[in-house]
Design a protein around this ligand. Sequence first.
Ligand code: FES
Length: 169
Amino acid sequence: MHNKARRAFMGQALAGVAGVGAVASLVAMKKTWDPLPSALSAGFTTIDLNSAEAGKLNVVKWRGKPVFILKHTEDLKKNEVRDIIVGSDRFTIVIGLCTHLGCIPSWNPGVKQFKCACHGGEFDSSGVQEFGPPPRPLDIPPFNVKGTDLVLGEEGEQYKKILASTLVS
Ligand code: FES
């Protein structure tokens, strides 16, 4: 009888310790899921487009992804929906990940195309797919234009206009 009561007490004590451990683990896991304030503010990247050289591809990293910034030369094909206007200049600003399986295309100024080496996908200078398996144009990241500054991660008027046009077309 005495042993039985002792065993029951030990069982309850062990269950209590296990319960406290489980709750502590859940609290720790929840903390790692919550974004840190610094991570949220780090979601915006500001780039001064003033120094961009026409015809030369610039690549910046935004939220772990490459973003292509291409200031147009006069001879590049215009895309009235997707091109981004900053002052008197025209830009292509796209996420540099192929919309087929996510490889990073390269800019080929000779033929004025982005080419994906993985499966031969080709995009024009505005990021619209022209050949191969990519199912859609290169994605345009959320952006805002403030003077000559490009703010990646912020949804400005031009971005909303592009988004609205591409959703209906
Ligand atoms: Fe670019 Fe397949 S990943 S064509």
